[in-house]
Design a binder for this molecule. Structure first.
Ligand code: AHM
Ligand code: MG
Length: 336
């Protein structure tokens, strides 16, 4: 009977968030409204990604983004859709997007209390070959929407109210945490609804997979080198780990969350701060990892304790199963 109930009693993401909200009587439904606009952006990007090859949407837009990287048309499009959806929700005051050099301050009449930091389409090197890409987002709240400064988004990740990502893969999956666990929703294309398919995701305590761009190994520091060496040549009788690396953070983190293991983008001699951006890559993923029972570490501290000073700041990151991150922490400490 339970199987039947599952088929006919659909827990949509909207229903889920409204249920959550009813537990907080002071809530005015603003978060559900914000989320419905984020979900709209994800559905649009999903549909564009699926049509990209056909619609010739793929290709260079002839612009470069803040980091000087070539922008693909899909990146530009996704960014525009998210910015417009977020502003029109009437619930946001500051937006930080990977694609925009400056933060966007929403005009006072449309202002709400949420700040959203996001990477509208992450994994750009995978767009043209049809490999999974994704959107990453994090949400902060301001005290007074009439008096906001950039400091509101230069807060440690532990102050986020919610974080999530949407993966455009073999299916479209949205993973969300509002600070009480992690849930995964899969888009049913015929309904146009995200349905709860992965309730209360917990990352396995240990993992058999490591995920890193080993092409950078020549420039790694001692502890990172030691850790990866140990993944391949364990000296404690354990089996060697498998290597999986997609090069799309969303896909690599999603697999890590479901199967366990570790994902790392460490510092190296060429990039002392690693590659990934604190606000809209490192923080949301670290938030989800902790909420799922894993850990996230920068090489120096708990990732969510980091206080960013610039909106596009980068940080090294090691995240995943509790025990794997414990190991890298120990190696980093030994090195001090
Ligand atoms: P992007 O924002 O230009 O897409 O870069 C971010 C991506 C992440 O999704 C991924 O984890 C990483 O870059 C891969 O980098 P590399 O190609 O150096 O391994
Ligand atoms: Mg990115």
């Amino acid at each position: 009977h339970e199987a039947e109930a599952h088929r006919t009693d659909l827990m949509t993401i909207t229903r889920y968030v409204l249920n959550e909200q009813s537990r907080h009587p002071e809530s005015r439904g603003d978060f559900s409204i914000l989320l419905s606009h984020i979900v709209l952006g994800c559905k649009f990007v999903c549909s564009s990604v699926n049509k990209a090859g056909l619609a010739k949407l793929i290709g260079l837009a002839g612009e470069t983004n803040v980091q000087g990287e070539e922008q693909k048309k899909l990146d530009v499009l996704s960014n525009e859709v998210f910015v417009k959806a977020l502003i029109s929700s009437g619930r946001t005051c500051i937006l930080v997007s990977e694609e925009d050099e400056e933060a966007t301050f929403v005009d006072p009449p449309l202002r709400g209390r949420y700040c959203v930091v996001f990477d509208p389409l992450d994994g750009s090197s995978n767009i043209d070959c049809g490999v999974s890409i994704g959107t990453i987002f994090g949400v902060y709240m301001v005290k007074d929407k009439d008096d906001v400064t950039l400091d509101e988004v230069l807060q440690p990740g532990k102050n986020m109210l919610a974080a999530g990502y949407c993966m455009y893969g073999s299916s479209c999956t949205l993973v969300l945490s509002t600070g009480s666990g992690v849930n995964g929703f899969t888009l049913d294309p015929s309904l146009g609804e995200f349905i709860l398919t992965h309730p209360d995701i917990k990352i396995p305590k240990k993992g058999k997979i490591y995920s890193v761009n080993e092409g950078n190994a020549k420039n790694w520091d001692g502890p990172t080198t030691k850790y990866v060496e140990k993944c391949k040549f364990p000296n404690d009788g354990a089996s060697p780990k498998s290597l999986r690396y997609i090069g799309s953070m969303v896909a690599d983190v999603h697999r890590t969350l479901l199967y366990g293991g570790i994902f790392l983008y460490p510092a190296d001699k060429k990039s002392p701060n690693g590659k990934l951006r604190v606000l809209y890559e490192v923080f949301p993923m670290s938030f989800l990892m902790e909420q799922a029972g894993g850990q996230a570490f920068t090489g120096k501290q708990r990732a969510l304790d980091l206080v960013p000073t610039k909106i596009h700041q980068r940080s090294p990151i090691f995240l995943g199963s509790y025990d794997e991150v414990e190991e890298i922490k120990a190696l980093m400490e030994q090195n001090l």
